[in-house]
Design a protein around this ligand. Structure first.
Ligand SMILES: *Cc1c(COP(=O)(O)O)cnc(C)c1O
Length: 380
């Protein structure tokens, strides 16, 4: 039987060459030659200072430390997200406050944010779901009015834009992921994008175990010492070498994914017109990166049936997220500020289809053929 996995990390000769070269160098710990090359790439493409981390989770944890907020302070975010968005703040004794998502983009509903603000609120953490930008102008206005920081969880948003601005460069801080399930990968990996100059010095220190080692290496201090809290958030240069090879062909990877995304979208539009499913909605002002192709069913039962019918034929399609507000940790450490109607419905009805660089046309044809059988029966 033909097998189509949900994801397959793209590894080519360039990555192997780059890693081999890194291994031959005299330094394989962090902040070596390849980390610098990655930083140059970010500077060129985002016009921002970036710090490579070993994950997006690490970048979010660094953001939570940078907030420097008293225990019990609140951070507004969606419940429909990966655990790290909330966990990073809970680790610092902060309280995630959940707001429902918009029915169209499945991003945090910016219209609900203001009512969720209390005198304890210190930040908003929008998540750019599926690499489609949140309504950032509204979010920035609210943040400005209430003196809040904005931390973008742009884990899925590398190479996406909102009104021409790269996701991750719009708030005070942006967190990227290079986990193998994302578009640009290094196995595990991430970056913190620094958009607010106030955070430049301290972010470097936090990433280097709370020391001023980076300043020492630049000759700005004559010895380095423990000056703040921090941890080891930097990746080895071997990881950076892998990442650099990927960043170098980021355009090509995005274009290939976009072709696949568009084929899915064209195919599923037929069934959307029949009212059987709904396709993703990308607002005019957003340029997405084809991170994810999902469909929304009308109910949980149909989604379950579709998943098993694909599985019977060797195709793996998956759903996510269990909303954080309904998870044991969410109930214990977080608060919901609104109804979670859209979050709950999407959690029950969304399905992600295989999408990766090496997914072939014939794989797609096979998925379409099986889907057509399923949908025809459904439409009867
Ligand atoms: C993948 C993901 C993360 C975590 O990324 P890691 O690099 O695995 O730590 C965080 N938030 C969102 C929205 C994600 O999709």
């Amino acid at each position: 039987m033909k097998k189509i996995s949900f994801n397959k990390p793209y590894v080519a000769q360039e990555e192997i060459n780059s890693v081999t070269d890194a291994l031959k160098g005299d330094k394989i710990s962090g902040d070596g030659k390849y980390t610098k090359l990655c930083n140059e790439w970010f500077l060129k493409h985002l016009d921002r200072k970036s710090l490579l981390t070993h994950s997006c989770t690490a970048a979010l944890e660094m953001s939570a430390i940078l907030l420097d907020a008293p225990v019990g302070s609140e951070v507004i975010m969606p419940s429909y997200t990966f655990v790290s968005t909330a966990n990073a703040f809970v680790l610092r004794g902060l309280k995630p406050v959940f707001v429902d998502i918009r029915p169209d983009t499945l991003n945090i509903d910016e219209k609900l944010i203001e009512d969720a603000i209390t005198d304890k609120t210190v930040a908003i953490a929008p998540v750019h779901y599926a690499g489609v930008g949140c309504e950032m102008d509204s979010i920035l206005n609210i943040a400005k009015k209430h003196n809040l920081k904005v931390i973008e969880d742009a884990a899925q948003g590398v190479m996406s834009k909102y009104k021409g601005r790269p996701l991750g460069t719009i708030g005070d801080l942006g967190a990227y992921s290079f986990h193998e399930t994302k578009n640009i990968v290094s196995g595990e990996g991430g970056a913190l994008i620094i958009n607010n100059k106030d955070y430049e010095d301290r972010s470097e220190i936090i990433r280097e175990k709370g020391t001023n080692r980076s300043r020492f290496f630049r000759g700005q201090v004559d010895k380095y010492t423990w000056v703040d809290i921090g941890s080891s958030y930097l990746p080895s240069d071997i990881i950076a070498a892998f990442l650099y090879a990927q960043l170098d062909k980021a355009e090509e990877i995005t274009q290939k994914r976009m072709k696949i995304w568009n084929r899915y979208n064209d195919f599923f539009k037929t069934y959307e017109k029949k009212g059987l499913i709904r396709c993703p909605i990308v607002p005019e002002e957003c340029e997405h990166n084809a991170h994810m192709f999902y469909i929304l069913f009308n109910d949980l039962e149909t989604r379950t049936q579709y998943i098993s019918s694909l599985k019977e034929h060797g195709i793996s399609a998956v759903f996510h997220y269990i909303p954080l507000h309904s998870a044991p940790m969410g109930e214990k450490y977080c608060r919901s500020a609104t109804s979670m109607e859209n979050t709950n419905r999407v959690s029950d009805t969304l399905l992600r289809l295989p999408l990766y660089y090496e997914l072939e046309d014939e794989d797609l044809n096979y998925i379409f053929e099986l889907t057509q059988n399923f949908m025809d029966k459904l439409g009867e």
